[in-house]
Design a protein around this ligand. Structure first.
Ligand code: HSE
Length: 405
């Protein structure tokens, strides 16, 4: 019999326990042996829960129990989670986690410990909620050369953008709804600031390019500055605004960004709405592959956690999931070198002045424009050049344009 410990009984933890007992017979058939959740660790009391006999508050019981072979860390954050995960691995237990902050900041180190101890460290639920993405990238596209990964990686912000700009809802009402639905982080600032997407693209970049990319090295912008005026300009231009996280390999270096983008209607990402995520992976042999599904919420994440638990239980699991902890100092391309077309919305200016600075631009319109408001799309330029060019302009917003190639 394989005994499992669940750390954290919040949204994902409670979903995992519920789905585990619902699908236990099927799970046992798939692993070929009996499975049991022996402990659920949480500092809170759950007197109404059907699993009251399993709750404990002391992690030492778990780490010192040789019967526990798999630990599912579903606490989140980096404080207790890091210590518990590291100690579980060092004690020779496999660990699965949905914690993107932990994997994005400590992934290389924890994978190394797992390899040394000949156990698994899995984190399928850390990116894309219920979408299988880590395992397909690692196992199915392993023999292929991955060129780029780009997508909508945060369910909360995609839900907010969809409800605000397609249904006219107010930001604070939709955010409250996203929290109620269990999509948002405990501190939703991580969602709306782009940090959650940043952690996820760091995990994917580390996995596919083989060297750890740390969140502090990534240009990250969130959705708070996006207004309905920007959304209307995007619509008239022929697209939508989406929070995109993207990375690609340029020679031996890595380009990476998290930002709202103008996404043209022709892109497969433009129609991805509500809590859904989609990830486009381009590789040399397979071409373009798209992963799509619910990116947040109790049950989608629970499904990914359970898949990891079963994989860890199955004889041996997969011990080849690994990436290097260090990379050369210039491995991450400075965002100022990144080239895009850009949407700019300016005031107190006109086309003559703008064209003098930028050369040819594509002029955009919206209803009820202010006098002297001018919105346009530049030709392709780097962030660095853009910052120089706008220094004397009154710019309200800047959004890069998603490149279909
Ligand atoms: N807050 C995250 C999101 C949860 O909205 O995508 C899933 O990682």
């Amino acid at each position: 019999m394989s005994k499992i410990a669940i750390l954290g009984f919040g949204t994902v933890g409670s979903g995992t326990v519920e789905v585990f007992y619902k699908n236990k017979a099927k799970a046992e058939k798939s692993t070929g042996g009996e499975l049991e959740i022996k402990y659920i660790l949480d500092l809170r009391d759950f007197p109404e829960s059907p699993y009251t006999d399993k709750f404990i508050k002391d992690f030492e019981v778990i780490v010192n129990d040789p019967e526990v072979t798999v630990v599912a860390e579903l606490i989140g954050g980096n404080t207790f989670a890091y210590d518990f995960v590291k100690r579980s691995l060092e004690a020779g237990k496999s660990v699965v986690t949905s914690n993107k902050e932990l994997v994005a900041t400590k992934g290389a180190e924890l994978l190394k410990i797992a390899k040394e101890k000949n156990v698994n460290f899995f984190f399928e639920a850390s990116v894309g909620g219920g979408i299988p993405i880590i395992r397909p990238l690692q196992l199915c596209l392993m023999s292929d050369e991955i060129i780029s990964v780009a997508g909508i990686l945060n369910g909360t912000t995609n839900y907010i953008l969809t409800k605000m700009f397609k249904e006219g809802a107010e930001y604070k009402d939709v955010l409250a709804k996203a929290q109620e639905l269990g999509y948002a982080e405990r501190n939703p600032e991580a969602d709306v600031s782009g940090d959650d997407s940043c952690r996820k693209i760091c995990i994917l970049a580390s996995l596919v390019f083989g060297k750890h990319v740390y969140p502090e090295d990534v240009y990250t912008a969130g959705i708070k500055s996006i207004t309905k005026e920007d959304a209307e300009y995007a619509e008239n231009w022929g697209g939508v605004i989406k929070l995109i996280a993207s990375t690609r390999k340029v020679n031996q270096r890595t380009e990476i960004i998290v930002s709202p983008f103008f996404v043209p209607d022709e892109s497969q990402l433009s129609g991805v709405d509500d809590v859904y995520n989609a990830i486009l992976v381009k590789s040399e042999a397979a071409g373009e592959v798209v992963f799509y599904g619910k990116g947040a919420g109790k049950y989608p994440s629970a499904s990914a956690v359970l898949a990891d638990i079963l994989n860890a239980v199955k004889a041996g699991g997969n011990k080849n999931l690994i990436w290097e902890e260090e990379h050369p100092t210039d491995y991450i391309i400075d965002y100022k070198e990144q080239k895009h077309k850009f949407y700019l919305r300016s005031v107190r200016t006109d086309s003559i002045r703008i064209e003098k600075i930028f050369g040819h631009v594509e002029t955009l319109t919206r209803s009820n424009m202010f006098e002297k408001e001018f919105a346009f799309i530049t030709e392709e330029i780097s962030f660095g050049e853009l910052e120089e060019k706008i220094s004397e302009l009154n710019i309200i917003n800047i959004i890069p344009v998603f490149d279909l190639n």
